[in-house]
Design a protein. Structure first.
Length: 386
């Protein structure tokens, strides 16, 4: 399998030895801004967070920022805009990001506290415009700790709700506005389960998976309108999840395959990490079909980030402490096989975030937020080279 090792001194240049085909950086490169900390992609659009970017050229307050990039007809990712934020109390802008077509969601905190909200942006006549704010139902609940968008559905997790019991709220796009549609609670409710620490939604907007940050439970929900009323049904809990905190989740467009990452999994060595793959049968029951790891490397935090292509043919896993991204392809036997490993120099945090996308769905973006004195960049991986 191909392997690419990128030295720190050349991280802003192209790596031509494998599928790492290009990079792009912040339009305002800054030391310690951590551009690429979060990345989300939908088709030709990508939203990228720089967690410690300054508020502006004239205000050096480290508020964070979210930037939009667009893939042009030549396949090059070009800077489009910085998403506007008018509230001067907003901090940690983009601590979570999501995108679905011409809508993007950005999590923000206020005054460096756990008080938070989700800003929604809409692409109108070629311009990304702030369209709405969804405020937290209560204070200090980290509303927006996780975000997912797909099929006109927005899922917002807030694990600190109700004394850390946690839950997720579901919104559906209607008449150019996301309207609240349902509340997702875990199978086990109580202190401290942290439901909503991570969420994922299928691209068709009919399936949601929600993880917990303290008991490793991953719950599955199905969109089932009934009698003229919308209903999200808890269809089950994924069996045999081996993770007790901080799961990462991904789901295919049709909800048939779910990946559950656990970068804190410490067997056989500390923070080796693994990904468990689940597949749904024709009756909505999920079964564990495969467990993947990055070679059980000490403190690699394999599965710090995970993403799966909409058709389920490719899986990407980031190991941020191992400074690596692993790309898998689905075989005819229904199992994933490692096709490529991309690595960067020590302490660059390649794999902090991964996201599939591109006009033709043949691109993987990977955040490298700690390279170049923490200025950061995003690596572009050309999947046609696999």
């Amino acid at each position: 399998m191909p392997r690419c090792v990128l030295a720190a001194l050349c991280c802003v240049s192209l790596c031509m030895c494998s599928i790492w085909s290009a990079n792009f950086t912040s339009p305002y490169p800054q030391v310690d801004s951590r551009f690429g900390n979060q990345v989300a992609v939908s088709g030709a659009w990508a939203v990228v967070q720089a967690s410690y970017a300054t508020r502006s050229d004239t205000d050096d307050t480290r508020t964070g920022a979210a930037f939009m990039y667009h893939q042009n007809q030549d396949g090059v990712w070009e800077y489009d805009c910085r998403l506007p934020v008018s509230d001067t109390t907003a901090t940690d802008i983009g601590f979570t990001v999501a995108i679905d077509g011409d809508w993007a969601g950005v999590g923000v905190h206020f005054n460096n506290t756990y008080n938070s909200a989700v800003y929604l942006y809409h692409l109108i006549n070629g311009v990304w415009t702030k369209a709405d704010t969804i405020n937290s139902p209560g204070p200090a609940e980290i509303f927006g700790q996780s975000l997912a968008m797909g099929g006109g559905v927005l899922v917002v997790g807030f694990p600190n709700y109700d004394y850390d019991s946690g839950e997720a709220l579901v919104y559906r796009l209607s008449s150019d506005r996301y309207r609240r549609e349902g509340t997702l609670k875990g199978k086990d409710i109580g202190f401290p389960t942290g439901n909503g620490d991570n969420v994922a939604v299928s691209a068709d907007g009919t399936w949601v998976v929600m993880g917990s940050d303290s008991n490793g439970q991953v719950n599955v929900y199905d969109y089932a309108p009934s009698g003229g009323r919308v209903k999200w049904t808890h269809t089950g809990t994924l069996p045999g999840v081996r993770c007790y905190e901080e799961t990462t989740l991904c789901i295919t467009a049709d909800g048939a395959t779910v990946g559950v990452g656990c970068h804190t999994w410490s067997n056989p060595v500390d923070y080796a990490g693994h990904v468990q793959m689940y597949r749904q049968d024709g009756e909505g029951t999920f079964s564990l079909v495969q467990t993947l790891d990055g070679g059980n490397k000490y403190y690699s935090t394999y599965a710090y980030s995970v993403d799966i292509s909409s058709d389920g043919q490719r899986l990407a896993v980031g190991a941020t402490m191992g400074n690596s991204v692993y790309v898998y392809t689905l075989g005819t036997d229904g199992l994933y096989t490692l096709a490529d490993t991309e690595s960067a120099d020590y302490n660059t945090a390649l794999g902090n975030s991964v996201a599939f996308g591109g006009v033709d769905g043949d691109v993987l973006l990977g955040g490298v937020p700690e390279v170049n004195d923490y200025a950061g960049l995003v690596g572009v991986f050309d999947l046609t080279l696999l």
